[in-house]
Design a protein around this ligand. Structure first.
Ligand code: B12
Ligand code: SF4
Ligand code: SF4
Length: 416
């Protein structure tokens, strides 16, 4: 008997929702796919998780180790749980040239690159609210049932379950990919006490491709399907609480929140259908902001501009830390650009946070070293590593209008 036949038979016997019904309800809520996973993992999956933790690849994400047993045994998370409804919601940008635009931002050392997933509303909320609506719709159809909704919020191996549910395959970069929709998609999970039949896994279509491994700026994909989070820019700029290791800073470029390189290069994202979820549209021009502009945000501006965004959770201190690294990596094309970047850094040189001060000093050193390397650009000693009082004062007002490196004036603080 096939999976869908079992599903139909059970539906009749226990008044279960059918897969097509579930899929139609999910689609009406904006989900791009829905499938069913059984709540058990093969031993190999638990072994993979253990090997990853043993190798310390989780870095300082201690929660990954703390709840290992629940990740490895999904049936233990919710008493009575029998199946998981796995859903996806896409954030592939709608412009046809979105990949070219992302590469162009990455190539422009004066601009900030923010991972596409973080440009709009926080997906945790978007997905969980829609999962709740899906549960309500199921209750309407079959009466009360047991469930719990998660999105990146519980000890669940979401990519693994989504793969088992037939929503795609795991790419060599470790993310879920679908033939029509690529990988720019979030995964949501609804554990249920319904005995639903599991979907069929999709074939792995990575073949001999290794583009994601080759492009990774920090070599974080240490082997196909093995990611050392400690080297991943998403970890370093979002999850990692302390100083960013010095050897990795120059490799981060202008990526100030997350990283998309392994997905941008993936051929399956080239023709992925665009997403139509208004929640994920870029806010506050975050897809084209300059480093100097974002670095000028004070704590209140940061809070205001990142309200409801996934960026909020890193806080203002890590935000400045990340931006300082990116400014240190910027390669000024003129003396004027060099001056603007230095001034931005100098305005933060006395920041109350030692973490910020250290990254600012590192960035000043980087700029000074590069200026000193270029004789033409350093006629008046711009290679200096310390800020003089005049520079430190000049942009101390975070609400002031900071000159945009490209020549335009942009307001750097509150009141825009
Ligand atoms: C921790 C985490 C991270 C960490 C670690 C990522 C990782 N690959 O493990 C960091 C901070 C780096 C990260 C980054 C990103 N993340 Co993240 N992350 C998670 C989270 C919370 C847990 C993932 C996890 O369980 N990792 C543990 C490792 C062990 O699992 P694994 O990679 O799946 O490994 C399996 C195998 O590959 C194998 N294995 C792995 N290593 C090894 C080593 C050895 C020696 C062996 C034998 C086996 C083995 O065993 C494992 C079990 O089968 C999930 C949400 C969730 N609850 O699942 C989101 C999630 C995976 N992230 C997501 C996203 C969007 C991202 C980013 C794209 C964000 C960005 N743009 O910056 C990047 C992508 C980086 C990348 N290439 O993976 C989405 C992915 C959606 C999708 N399409 O797949 C998820 C599902 C969140 C969500 N609900 O949508 N993330
Ligand atoms: S997100 Fe960036 S740093 Fe992380 S694995 Fe992908 S390309 Fe490498
Ligand atoms: S870039 Fe190539 S190897 Fe990497 S996930 Fe995409 S298809 Fe697979």
């Amino acid at each position: 008997m096939s999976g869908s036949e079992i599903d139909q038979t059970q539906a009749a016997a226990h008044r279960l929702p059918t897969l097509p019904d579930l899929q139609a309800w999910a689609q009406a809520l904006g989900f791009s796919s829905l499938g069913v996973a059984a709540l058990e993992h093969p031993e190999a999956v638990r072994g993979g998780l253990r090997a990853w933790l043993d190798a310390g690849m989780h870095g300082e994400m201690t929660y990954m180790a703390r709840h290992e047993a629940l990740r490895g045994h999904p049936d233990r998370l919710m008493p009575g749980a029998l199946s998981a409804l796995m859903v996806t919601i896409d954030y592939t940008p709608a412009e046809p040239d979105w990949r070219a635009k992302a590469w162009s931002t990455l190539a422009d050392g004066q601009r900030a690159f923010i991972a596409r997933y973080a440009l709009g509303r926080d997906y945790h909320k978007v997905v969980r609210q829609r999962l709740q609506s899906l549960a309500d719709r199921i209750v309407e159809a079959i009466g009360p049932f047991g469930y719990r909704a998660f999105c990146d919020s519980a000890p669940v191996l979401e990519v693994e379950l989504a793969t088992r549910a037939g929503l795609g395959w795991r790419g060599k970069h470790t993310l879920l990919i679908n033939r029509q929709r690529g990988s720019m998609r979030f995964i949501g999970t609804l554990y249920t006490d319904l005995p639903l039949a599991e979907g069929k896994p999709e074939t792995d279509r990575c073949g001999s491709c290794e583009r994601c491994i080759d492009i990774c700026p920090t070599g974080a994909i240490v082997a196909p399907y093995r990611l050392d989070a400690r080297r991943c820019i998403a970890y370093l700029t979002i999850e990692h609480p302390g100083a960013i290791p010095g050897d990795l800073r120059p490799l981060i470029g202008n990526r100030v929140f997350g990283c998309d390189d392994c997905q941008l290069v993936c051929p399956w994202n080239r023709f992925a259908e665009p997403a139509v979820v208004a929640d994920f549209l870029p806010r506050h021009r975050l897809d084209c902001a300059s480093l100097v502009e974002l670095f000028a945000w004070d704590a209140a501006t940061f809070d205001a501009r990142t309200a409801g965004s996934p960026i909020r959770r890193i806080g203002h201190e890590r935000w400045l830390r990340n931006l300082a690294v990116a400014i240190g990596n910027a390669n000024p094309r003129s003396d004027e650009e060099q001056r603007v970047l230095r001034q931005a850094l100098c305005a933060r040189a006395d920041h109350p946070s030692a973490l910020v001060r250290e990254h600012v000093q590192w960035a000043l050193d980087q700029l000074a070293r590069r200026a000193a390397d270029s004789d033409e650009r350093d006629p008046e000693g711009q290679g200096q590593r310390r800020c003089d009082q005049r520079e430190a004062d000049q942009h101390g007002d975070e609400g002031a209008i900071a000159p945009h490196p490209a020549g335009k004036n942009v307001r750097g603080g509150r009141g825009r």
